[in-house]
Structure formats: structure tokens, C-alpha cells
Design a protein around this ligand. Structure first.
Ligand code: R5P
Length: 312
């Protein structure tokens, strides 16, 4: 998990004062439009289709010659492999059309969780993806709550990750939950609970989670946690099957928490995860438009706009 390392300073001034063109990737059209509106940068639409054999096609519908461009394209499921290829094809198209510098803005980066060789014989998928994107023409990379910030050290381009956790915590403050307890479902993600705590103003803590690398089974435990009578917000970077949040909610209920909510940056919600989380007693699930869907109630547009302008 991310240890809350400082972003590479070089990124902070990349775009300060430089006009970019925003290329609207097919998976993040609305987000890209919102970023264009907030930054005042013009938007280049993308025409996309999938051929009958399943292969992807993209075409930039605007001029980028001599421009610095930012391609906004999330790579969440379903079809994340095709979405990554669309991103690579857009970068290639931009370079061939004469773009000077190509920044990829990828709110959810697929394969980020395979960030090390957990078992012998494995590769490091996230590094392979980064090298593929570099080969396609990407010069700089911006993402949101990358699973492990350490991965950036191996990326072949200038890159950074920014955190949407304060925005999610602010959503709950606006709903009247100032002072709620911020809980991360595992110790490595304690930095997430701390970021939320700085907005919520209550206490923060974590559960412990261990995973069997062969079966994928996880075990969650609570040590020294006291949330009796409290409103608790469980925060994680990703919700996939929902198992982690459901396990955490069960522990919180056993401990006598009064209300349980959950917030995540990337709400993949595979299968019936949303229903199972709600059935486990979580009153509301809040995610971002990194994964567009039912729970994406917080927009990343302000955060991405600020990052592109060098303001955060
Ligand atoms: C893992 O370390 C991540 O931070 C998330 O906790 C995990 O991906 C959630 O997966 P699931 O929803 O399947 O439990």
C-alpha cells in the first residue's frame, strides 16, 4: 500500500502557465469535459469504435500540432485491457499529429495492484503497463490514489499520484458527519484514514488484514479499536469484490458502531458488491468518477484541474 510519500517535485511546475489541450478519452468523456470547463483548456473529442473482431479504433477529432496535450482516460473494468490500448493508441495518434508533449491522466490505472512479485514466476504488471505506455508516446503521467506510490519510482516517465480522499471526506462533512471516525481496513492504508481525519476532525484508526497469496483469502482483525456508539467512515483506495469492506463493517457492527459509511476512490464494485456491502449494514457507499457509475458521487475534475495547472 501507499505510504503517503511526497510527489516528485518536478511535476508541480510542469504545466504552470502552459495551455494544454484536453483529449477526451472514450472512458472519461464527462470528466474530461468538466476538466476543460474548470481549466479553460480546449477539448479535443475522440471518435472511437470497436471492430467486429473486438479490436479498438480511435481518431482524434481536432488539431494538436505543436501543442502539449493531456489525454484523460480511466482504465477501470470492464474491458480494461482494451481501455489501456485505446490510451496507447490516442498517445500514438497525438504524437503522429505533431503534439509536443503527451500527458496521460489515468484516474484508475489497471494492474496497479500487481506492483511486486508476490510469488516466484510472476511479473510486475504495473511496470509492464508503464513501459508500454512510454513506448506509445506518453511523456508524463498523472493518476489518482495509485495503489502503491512506490510503483512510480519504476515508471519510465515523470509521474505522480494525487489523493482524492480529502474530497470524499468533505462529501461526508457536507452531509453532516463532521467528527466521524476514519477507519482504514488495513494498516498499510492508515495514511488514507489520516488524510480523511484531517477533514473530518474526529479520530482515526485501522484494522489489520492479511492475505493468502495462493488462495487470495483475507483475514481481518481489530486490535485496540473502540468505536462503540460512533459514526464510522471506512475508507479504501479500491473496492473490488467488496469483501474487505464487508469484513470491516461486520467488525464495526460487533463493536457497536452507530452508523457505518464507506468511501473509496475507485469503486469497481464487481458483480453484486454494492448490494452485498449495503446488506452488510453500510448505509452509503461513495466513490469518484474514476469509475463512472452509481456510487461516483465525487468528481475528480477539480483535483485533476489543479494538478494540471500545477496548483497542487
Ligand atoms: C487492497 O489492498 C486494496 O487496497 C483494497 O482493499 C482491495 O483491492 C479491495 O478488494 P475487495 O473489495 O475485493 O476486498
Amino acid at each position: 500500500m501507499d505510504k503517503g510519500l511526497k510527489p516528485k517535485p518536478a511535476f508541480l511546475n510542469w504545466h504552470r502557465g502552459i495551455e494544454l489541450k484536453i483529449i477526451s478519452g472514450p472512458t472519461s468523456k464527462e470528466l474530461a469535459e468538466n476538466v476543460s470547463n474548470l481549466t479553460g483548456y480546449s477539448n479535443v473529442p475522440v471518435i472511437s469504435k470497436v471492430f467486429p473482431d473486438g479490436e479498438s479504433y480511435v481518431r482524434l477529432d481536432g488539431e494538436v500540432k505543436g501543442e502539449d496535450v493531456a489525454i484523460i482516460q480511466t482504465t477501470c473494468p470492464p474491458a480494461q485491457d482494451g481501455r489501456l490500448l485505446q490510451l496507447a493508441f490516442m498517445a500514438d495518434a497525438a504524437k503522429r499529429a505533431g503534439a509536443k508533449k503527451v500527458t496521460a491522466v489515468v484516474p484508475y490505472l489497471a494492474y496497479a495492484r500487481q506492483d511486486k512479485m508476490f510469488l516466484s514466476g510472476e511479473g510486475i504488471s504495473v511496470e509492464t503497463i508503464a513501459r508500454m505506455l512510454k513506448a506509445a508516446g506518453i511523456d508524463e503521467f498523472l493518476t489518482v490514489n495509485l495503489h502503491s506510490e512506490m510503483s512510480l519510482k519504476q515508471f519510465p516517465f515523470a509521474s505522480r499520484t494525487v489523493s482524492a480522499i480529502p474530497l470524499i471526506a468533505d462529501y461526508f462533512v457536507k452531509k453532516g458527519y463532521k467528527g466521524a471516525y476514519a477507519l482504514s481496513p488495513d494498516k498499510g492504508a492508515m495514511y488514507i484514514a489520516q488524510q480523511a481525519q484531517s477533514v473530518l476532525g474526529g479520530d482515526a484508526g485501522h484494522l489489520n488484514k492479511s492475505r493468502d497469496r495462493y488462495t487470495g483469502q483475507t483475514v481481518q482483525t481489530a486490535e485496540g479499536l473502540n468505536v462503540k456508539g460512533q459514526t464510522v467512515l471506512i475508507l479504501d483506495d479500491i473496492i473490488s469484490t467488496g469483501g474487505t469492506i464487508i469484513g470491516a463493517a461486520k467488525i464495526l457492527r460487533e463493536q457497536g458502531a452507530k452508523h457505518v459509511f464507506c468511501g473509496c476512490v475507485h469503486g469497481l464494485l464487481i458483480g453484486d458488491a454494492e448490494k452485498r456491502i449495503l446488506d452488510a449494514g453500510v448505509e452509503e457507499i461513495v466513490g469518484t468518477d474514476s469509475v463512472p457509475g452509481n456510487i461516483s458521487k465525487v468528481s475528480l475534475a477539480p483535483l485533476i484541474s489543479q494538478a494540471l495547472k500545477g496548483a497542487v
